[in-house]
Design a protein around this ligand. Sequence first.
Ligand code: FAD
Length: 499
Amino acid sequence: MGTHSQDQTLSTRTHKNGHALVIGGSIAGLLAARVLTDYFDQVTIIDRDVFPETPTHRKGAPQSHHTHGLSGRGKVIIDALFPGIFADLRAVGADTIHDKVAMVMVSSFGMLAPFNVRESMRFSRYLLEWHLRERLVQRSDVQTLSNCEVTELLATSDHTRIVGVKLRERGLEGRRTTLTADFVVDASGRNSKTPQWLTALGYETPPVDSVNSGLGYASRFYEKPENFPDVWQGIFILPRPRQNPRAGTIAMIENNVWHVTLSGVAGHYPPTDEEGFLQWARDLPDPGLYESIRIAKPLTTIRGYRVLENHIRHYERLKRWPAGFIVLGDAVCALNPIRGQGMAAGAIGADTLNMCLREQQRLSRTTFEQHFQLQLARALTDPWLFALGEDLRWPDVTLHGARLPIGFELWQRYLDLVLQSAVQDPEISKAYMEVYGMLAPQSSLARPRILLRVLGATLKHMLIPSTLTTNNTGVLSAETLAQLHARPTRLIANTGETV
Ligand SMILES: Cc1cc2nc3c(=O)[nH]c(=O)nc-3n(C[C@H](O)[C@H](O)[C@H](O)COP(=O)(O)OP(=O)(O)OC[C@H]3O[C@@H](n4cnc5c(N)ncnc54)[C@H](O)[C@@H]3O)c2cc1C
């Protein structure tokens, strides 16, 4: 299957030709495939899963049962790679607001001051993935092979270059075959087999930094209640280190549906039975989520999920690396899902690939693949450390592999001051949410204007503690809570999994 143009390695090619192959047809793989269509004349996406014909959950991406927010940076990259895709999502019902409050966040210090955004759109993960794939399969230069599992990398006899993959067709007969390519991308997710595949070819395994964050999810889709106050598009109640390990989110998706996820950190897992689910919601640090879902009609059963560990694999540190092969997406860096940054991290991988391939046309680096892994590692360090900072606030949650950077703990203290000041100051709140959305690095929170506001607010709170109290007491005002409280609890419907 396929041909491998030995004479056209990435360091010598000057124009679009050859065959690229992507392992994994999920968010990171689809975005990488789109980039590769600009540099190769054939792109094949291989996935062991069977892709659904309509936008819905699939076995190989079970995380779609749980809320997925696409952060700002991810949206910018996807919009550039697939112009008009967000208009397509809006046309099929993605919730869109203009000049209103999007996501409100409640931290240990209270609710961050809400602010209006020009536009915000929310949709389910499976709707986004389906539309990305549809755009690609309509192209004549993209082929998808589903129900096929990659079992090994195919290398030249001296193992210095990857020239394709070995496949096993899933199903009764499990036919084995090979597929050759000029360039192979592993985007097969957090359980990627690249470390084992590289070892089998005589390469080192990459150093791994991992954190045992012990995250548990329980999620359900609801119909948004009629006449629900139009105050936000979604809420996110964060856990409170050493006080309350419970977190919860309501996110509007398409067609008037709420996607609700309850989560717990550091080994505290939310229950998936009716009573336990509601009790977990009731025990959240803010009553707004419970009062909201209590009156909403459930559309599905409750689904659980556990992510025991998050990690970053340092492929950029390997001294030897085979030509014609790179790794990106969760296969490199599996961030704590509670931060909602994974899809954007996959998009950053595709964007980095685009930049490196464009540069390659001028520079013809012989070590293109190692250069890519290094650039990707640099781009992912800040989001990894940002997520890690939250994880390490919990006793028993520890980092394995690396040492923390100098000043890490001091920076966490400063972030506390940022969150505390953000409760009253929309400008600080906005600056924090830009970092959260990966639109700005963490260091942007130390730029003079924000630093001065944070220090000013902190000094004021120290001198006059009463200024710490605020009108932003929770995601719903006391009056709204009382109105919702007066509405009857929605009886549990016999859910037919309509979503
Ligand atoms: C519970 C949970 C909640 C999350 N919430 C958010 C959120 O709110 N926001 C956000 O941005 N991100 C979130 N994420 C992360 C997000 O889902 C991923 O980062 C995103 O899907 C990109 O991952 P990926 O494409 O690298 O890998 P995956 O999505 O894991 O996809 C890997 C693909 O590779 C295929 N595959 C695997 N092995 C093989 C093989 N050997 N051969 C062929 N195919 C193979 C699989 O079938 C799958 O399709 C969450 C994750 C979890 C688990």
